[in-house]
Design a protein around this ligand. Structure first.
Ligand SMILES: Nc1ncnc2c1ncn2[C@@H]1O[C@H](COP(=O)(O)OP(=O)(O)OP(=O)(O)O)[C@@H](O)[C@H]1O
Ligand SMILES: [Mg+2]
Length: 324
């Protein structure tokens, strides 16, 4: 395997892991919870991906995302999705400037580095699409004028589970614009207790740890992470398992396989490695593939979840180390 093939200098890898740890420490000032969530947000950022966070009300979705954004030293905007939100409330609109008598483009909140789309499933499909399109294309067209979005650009969207009333579920075909889908659960008893004990203390200010340029540098570095042939095979086999599965209507697409590859490279980098291990792929598969696999109606009725199929794939698909 390529484990001996050092492509990224060791001191650079150590720096990356140091930055990751500092982000963890800063976020922990506001959010009490498992470091795994912050690691996932960092992974998506470094992989140039977007994140959908699902959880019931009051489990600190907004708190986590705000704290994370604050550590990045990037521009940050928040849009609260509501049933009357219009696509132009996200992308922008042209307005008549009375002084010059000319139409001017007024940029919407999508023109930022980090966009928090809070409760994305409270707005109707047309408005959701405006955001999802921008995420896909990296640009928006407003009344014929096309503008590129900022770099880096990351959307962190939150939603309550779709069974809740008054929501518009994101279309299946568009959920895969999100590199990762994370689930936030109730805190552990000890963490919840800690939260109760600290709620009225003034929060230590969250310091920015990075700059937009640093983020881009990390993203470029992740591109250099080495991927062995066996890892490619493993990723493909996991995807194929989902396509051949009896209870699956639509399995993981080639785009899903690519997403798993990119995320695995980013995670390896954060763990101060310049090569991907099968464990990186295993750790990320549920977050990358779970929301991209669509079950048959029968399987849904039986209460089976796509994450169950991913778990089965991880159990049944063997990682084969082949000497080539
Ligand atoms: N794990 C936690 N760490 C720190 N604060 C927490 C935690 N869990 C809940 N809280 C506190 O609970 C309150 C609700 O959190 P927050 O608004 O972030 O939840 P939410 O998941 O975004 O809810 P909603 O779905 O209603 O928007 C906040 O005051 C937050 O500080
Ligand atoms: Mg919230």
């Amino acid at each position: 395997m390529a484990t001996t093939q050092q492509e990224i200098p060791g001191n650079l890898l150590a720096q990356v892991s140091q930055i990751h740890q500092t982000v963890q420490d800063e976020v922990a000032k506001a959010y009490i919870g498992p470091p795994a969530l912050v690691q996932s947000l960092m992974t998506a950022l470094v992989a140039r991906g977007h994140v959908l966070i699902e959880g019931v009300p009051g489990v600190a979705k907004t708190t986590l995302v705000k704290a994370f954004a604050a550590t990045l030293g990037c521009s940050y905007k928040r849009v609260q999705f509501t049933p009357d939100l219009l696509p132009s409330d996200i992308t922008g609109t042209t307005v008549l400037d009375m002084r010059t008598n000319q139409f001017e483009l007024r940029e919407g909140p999508v023109f930022t580095n980090i966009l928090l789309g809070d409760e994305i499933n409270r707005a109707p499909a047309k408005t959701q699409s405006a955001l999802l399109e921008a995420m896909q294309e990296g640009q928006v067209t407003i009344e014929g004028e096309t503008r590129a979005l900022s770099n880096p650009f990351m959307v962190l969207a939150t939603q309550n589970p779709i069974e809740h009333e008054g929501t518009y579920p994101l279309p299946d075909a568009q959920v895969d614009r999100f590199l990762l889908k994370l689930h936030m659960h109730y805190p552990s008893p000890s963490n919840e207790r800690r939260m109760l004990g600290t709620y009225n203390q003034t929060l230590a200010p969250i310091n920015p740890v990075m700059s937009p340029e640093d983020v881009i540098r990390l993203q470029d570095l992740a591109d250099q992470v080495h991927v062995a042939e066996e890892i490619f095979d493993y990723i493909l086999s996991l995807g194929h398992f989902s396509r051949d599965h009896q209870q699956v209507y639509l399995g993981a697409s080639p785009r899903a396989a690519l997403a798993l590859l990119k995320a695995s490279k980013a995670l390896a980098l954060l763990k101060a490695r310049d090569y991907v291990l099968p464990d990186d792929v295993k750790e990320l598969a549920p977050m990358v593939l779970g929301h991209r696999i669509i079950l048959t109606p029968d399987a849904e009725l039986e209460g089976i979840h796509a994450t169950g199929v991913v778990a089965e794939a991880l159990e049944r698909v063997a990682y084969k180390h082949v000497r080539r």
